[in-house]
Design a protein around this ligand. Structure first.
Ligand code: GLN
Length: 492
């Protein structure tokens, strides 16, 4: 078959179970596409062909033996922030360029247990800090819709592989929008789960109070399959919650949109810098949801102006603490010929980290230092609570909240936005992480340059099933999620 890459996860699952094709065939098909097309997209940092074929053969044996799960034999790409035993895990940094983890992240281990086949590890912004995946060490990943544009970030590789059909789905992480914004830029569906729903064990830390892994795929249904694997309590992560998981696939059908109250925050649609095409597509999608039975309710989220300053204090503060472990001694990059210990620390960190990571470490260390701690960090934590309360109040009168995922479509590669301009692009995503809420991006059309636009739906705690189900039903009635970039139409 030459069009295996066009099949949905459900079709792959059924095709494998029904022996229409084998996991080896499917895996070889993807490896061939990667070899041919990733020279242009540049999404993979590491392709694990040999291991993937061995996993595929094991999957085929399990299918024959009747011990397969729904996903046995289906290929996946992992963001290079998830530790993979025996395979390099870089987090997009020179600091970890030759780091081989002695263990698998829980998300990776669960994928293996479910029979998923790992195609490789994909590019990202360094340590997940950024919005473009223009990585200073591994190069820029391209947006499959237009190779002169970025795929977004930090999970840009995870988005690009799916949008170019170089993997059927992928894992991403979202600390301040890194699943939703690249999903939006690449025309995909991506879910950021409630904080604590997916284990962070073995997921390299950026800002621990906000980091959360989740699925990226073409549709809500595809994401639901991966959520069934990723979600759940993990004793190895103290922030993972002991709460039953839903069957996200079984819950997709139902009447999620009928009677759904969708909050439309006044402040969100007046943001300076909100692109007219993005606004128009998002409004059209809301109109469609209204036609399908939802009610649109105008709401206030009064803390909107505080999102960017609050996030950009708390995230760098946690980053400065988390990244202090990279000292050139225990693991990671080590500077050559240090004259003394201080020189070893200084040069290892100056040479091993890129500019944006160093900027965040400096801001975070400053905000945490004695004398400034109360004025910046403690204050930001108080504002964070107010932001959370703003959402909780809104959820008293609405079921979900609608927003763009990003104020613009994908930037041009090399646009070289100033840090502040770049940070302002996170306005619609970061409050969700500050509050620990779940949110989903769904593709809802294109701008005048044929770049995808995304609708974000923010849910109350633990509403992943509801979000997936709303988007699934929207996708049953529309076809934005079936559109393919030209490069995805190419055959290997
Ligand atoms: N762009 C945001 C940042 O740079 C979000 C990144 C993320 O979610 N990992 O912090």
């Amino acid at each position: 078959m030459t069009d295996l890459h066009r099949l949905s996860i459900r079709e792959l699952s059924e095709g494998l179970a029904g022996a229409k094709f084998s996991s080896r065939e499917l895996t070889e098909h993807y490896l061939k596409r990667i070899a041919k097309l990733d020279t242009q997209v540049k999404s993979y940092v590491t392709v694990t062909a040999e291991q993937a074929l061995a996993q595929a053969d094991a999957a085929d044996a399990a299918i024959k033996a009747g011990t397969a799960t729904a996903l046995t034999g289906v290929p996946i790409a992992h963001k290079d922030i998830f530790c993979t035993q025996g395979i390099k895990t870089t987090a997009g940094s020179k600091m970890l360029d030759n780091f081989i983890s002695p263990y698998d992240a829980t998300v990776v281990a669960k994928g293996k247990a479910a029979g998923l086949v790992t195609l490789g590890k994909v590019n990202m912004d360094e340590f997940a800090m950024g919005s473009t995946s223009e990585n200073p060490f591994y190069g820029a990943t391209k947006n499959p819709w237009n190779l002169e544009h970025v795929p977004g970030g930090s999970s840009g590789g995870s988005a690009a592989v799916v949008a170019a059909d170089l993997a059927p789905f992928s894992t991403g992480t979202d600390t301040g929008g890194s699943i939703r914004q690249p999903a939006s830029f690449c025309g995909l569906t991506g879910l950021k789960p409630t904080y604590g729903r997916v284990s962070r064990f073995g997921m390299i830390a950026y800002a621990s109070s906000m980091d959360q892994g989740g699925p990226m795929a073409r549709s809500a249904e595809d994401c639901a399959y991966l959520m069934n694997v990723m979600a759940g309590h993990d004793a190895k992560d103290s922030t993972s919650i002991e709460k039953d998981v839903d069957d996200y696939v079984a819950n997709l059908n139902g009447t999620a949109i009928q009677g759904l109250r969708i909050g439309i925050p006044k402040q969100y649609f007046n943001v300076a810098g909100l692109d007219a095409d993005v606004k128009a597509r998002v409004e059209e999608s809301l109109k469609k949801l209204e036609e399908m039975g939802a009610t649109l309710v105008e709401i206030d989220l009064n803390m909107t102006e505080a999102y960017v300053p609050t996030y950009y204090l708390i995230a760098p503060a946690e980053a400065s603490s988390n990244l202090s472990r990279y000292d050139g001694v225990r693991y990671g990059y080590r500077a050559e010929n240090p004259v003394d210990l201080m020189d070893l620390y200084k040069r290892s960190r100056s040479e091993g980290f890129g500019a944006e990571v160093q900027r965040r470490i400096l801001i975070g260390t400053y905000a945490l230092s004695a004398g400034y701690y109360d004025a910046y960090y403690v204050k930001a934590q108080k504002v964070r609570r107010l932001i959370q309360q703003d959402f909780l109040k809104a959820f008293e009168s609405v079921d979900v909240i609608a927003a763009p995922a990003a104020p613009t479509t994908a930037y041009k590669i090399g646009a070289n936005l100033s840090p502040v301009e770049m940070y302002l692009g996170d306005i619609y995503t970061i409050a969700v992480n500050l509050a620990g809420l779940p949110a989903i991006n769904a593709p809802v059309g294109f701008d005048k340059d044929n770049l995808p636009v995304g609708l974000q739906l923010i849910g109350n705690y633990w509403s992943e099933s509801q979000l997936l189900s709303v988007v699934h039903q929207y996708q049953q009635a529309t076809d934005w999620h079936t559109k393919r970039a030209a490069i995805a139409e190419e055959n290997a």
